[in-house]
Every structure is written in C-alpha cells, then in structure tokens.
Design a protein around this ligand. Structure first.
Ligand code: ADE
Ligand code: ZN
Length: 334
C-alpha cells in the first residue's frame, strides 16, 4: 500500500497523546490480574467485549468513564514503564520520531501512588525509547479539570521539584471540558510559570467547549499551544490570532470522530487551518480507545483530504517547528 508507506516514512511528531490512553484491552486484563485489582461489576469481562464497547462513545464523558477505570490497574513503577514502552514500540513501527506525552498524576495519587513512582516508570520508558528506538520525548503533566482546584494546586506543589530538575517539561489541562473552563486554573498556571523559565504550557480547549475556551486558555492560562482547538473556527478573530501568534493546535482526527465532535474525519477544519495559516499537528490522543495510533490518524486524514506532497511537507514541517525540542533536534527531524 503506497499511501500508507509514504505516510509511514514521514518524520512524525506527536504532541497530543495520553499515556494512560494507550492502555490496550489486552494489557488491561493482565495488569488487573497481576495487581489483584477487581474491576467494577458492570465492566466488560473479556478483551473482545471491551473492544466492542470501545467501538463508539456517546461523548467525551462516556469515554472518560472507561479511561479512569482503566487507570486503576496501574500500580507499580513497572506498570507505568510497560504501558509507555508498549506505546513507543508500536509507534516506532508507524514512523514516530518525537513524542510530547501527557499523563494524569491525580488518577494515580488519588489511589495512594506517589507521583515519583508514576514519573520514574514513564521516564525509564522514555530513556529506552531514545536509546533503542531513537525516539526523543518530553513529559507533560496534566491537571484534571473535573477535580477541585485545591487538589490541582496540591498536585502542582508535589511536582515542583520534577519541573525544577526538568524531568517534566510541560503543564496541560484535560478531562471533562465543558463545566470546567480555563479561568478556574489561572492561578495554577501562574504558579507553574514560577517553576522553571522554560516550562511549556498547553491546555485542552475547543474540543467540546466553544471558541471562548480557546481564547481564555490563551489569555488567562498563557498557553502557547492548544490541544484540539477545532471549535476555533467559530470565531474569526480567534482564527486570525492563532495564525498571527503561530499557536499550534494539536488535532486528533480519530478521537474527534469517536467522541462525536464530528461525524466524519472530513469535517475536521484542516482546510480552514491551512488556509488561515494556523499551524497544527495530527495526533492519536488515546489510541487504545479510539482505534488508531499516529500513522492510522495520518491515513484517515489522507483518505478524506487527498493532500498533495507539498501539503504533507508543510504539515510535517509545522509539526517539527511547533515541537518543544531544541533547534539541534529539530534539524535532525527535518
Ligand atoms: N483525557 C484523555 N483524553 C482526553 C481528551 N481527549 N479530552 C479530555 N481529557 C482527556
Ligand atoms: Zn486529549
């Protein structure tokens, strides 16, 4: 298949990937067993049943209900390592070169796991991915916006040293978007900016929330990147701003269809972004839940948009340019 081969060979960067969202059903059950975790009564009992349930989600919350149950099987440092290492190996075979990956410490610290356990497991996988697969990576800690702000502040404090020592590079904001707008987290982001001069800030916005969530993430959180951002098209002034300030939107094609933000990949505003000059990257979000890793997302886009070589070169160049690695690494990626 020449289209897939062409897309596989492009030097791909992923900027929107939740490590907990890479938990495949065929790892979930063995981990539950290994850690003696009892899954909820109504939870599907087999890999096949679970895969069937993942075929469609009603909305973001319907997905998140499964995602957080999945998190419960992760307990030990090696669980976090195994999870991330499986992601790197699989994505390596799809042509991934650089990954800036999210994790949600509160899903784990709420169960009595130390944040250091989570981070050290993920970090070991990142080091191995660099050494054995030549994939560079950065860790982005996300705050769960559905939890009390006080809880988020405590999590931030517990992560301070990890940012100071640059074990963590970025801060993000995820989970249920709509009743929890960016303004609730302005203080958290202000605190995070004191942790390290090079800390990078992003936030999920404009996935289920409207364009004002994107504007407020820029104005009040001072985010330099927007995760999803697909509803920005509703506000022409915002579109002009994203283009002028070169704010990268991390678009997730298969995710947005699975969560019914759009009915088909062809409805994604990629042509609008290209025409407006807004940089974006294509990402897998939670590949174990949404039916595809990074290359599958590239293929889904090409199947609908039929871009020419020049357009793909532009998309790839913008995703390298918008990465949070240094210029030396960016040059290697070109
Ligand atoms: N957590 C994991 N995936 C997410 C998404 N797409 N939106 C919000 N929170 C998430
Ligand atoms: Zn996401």
């Amino acid at each position: 298949n020449t289209m897939r081969d062409f897309l596989r060979d492009l030097p791909k960067c992923e900027h929107h990937l939740h490590l907990e969202g890479t938990l495949e059903p065929d790892l979930l059950y063995p981990l539950a067993q290994r850690n003696n975790i009892e899954l909820p009564e109504q939870f599907p009992k087999t890999v096949k049943e679970l895969e069937d349930r993942y075929k469609q989600f009603k909305d973001l919350q319907d997905f998140l209900d499964f995602y957080y149950i999945g998190c419960e099987v992760l307990l030990k440092q090696e669980d976090f390592f195994d999870l991330a290492w499986a992601y790197f190996k699989r994505s390596h075979s799809q042509g991934l070169k650089h990954a800036e990956v999210f994790f949600d410490p509160q899903s784990h610290t709420s169960r009595g796991i130390a944040i250091e356990t989570v981070v050290s497991g993920f970090q070991k996988a990142c080091v191995k991915a660099q050494q054995e697969l030549h994939i560079s990576s950065k860790l982005i800690m996300c705050l769960l916006r559905h939890l009390p702000v006080e809880d988020c502040k405590a999590t931030l404090e517990s992560s301070r040293v990890l940012f100071e020592t640059q074990q963590l590079h970025g801060l993000g904001l995820d989970s249920a978007e709509k009743p929890f707008p960016p303004e609730l987290f302005a203080e958290c982001y202000e605190t995070a900016r004191t942790f390290h001069p090079d800390i990078q800030l992003t936030a999920h916005a404009g996935e289920e929330g409207d364009a004002s969530y994107v504007s407020n993430a820029l104005d009040l959180l001072k985010a330099s990147r927007i995760d999803h951002g697909v509803r920005s098209t509703e506000d022409p002034e915002l579109m002009a701003r994203l283009a002028r300030d070169k704010v990268m939107c991390t678009v997730c094609p298969l995710s947005s269809v699975k969560l019914q933000v759009f009915q088909d990949v062809r409805e994604l505003p990629l042509t609008e972004f290209l025409n407006a000059g807004i940089p974006f990257s294509l990402n897998s979000d939670d590949p174990a839940y949404f039916g595809g890793y990074i290359l599958d997302n590239y293929v889904a886009v090409q199947t609908r948009f039929d871009w020419d070589l020049a357009t793909w070169e532009k998309v790839v160049r913008q995703s390298i340019e918008g990465s949070w690695c240094d210029d030396k690494r960016k040059n290697e990626l070109q």
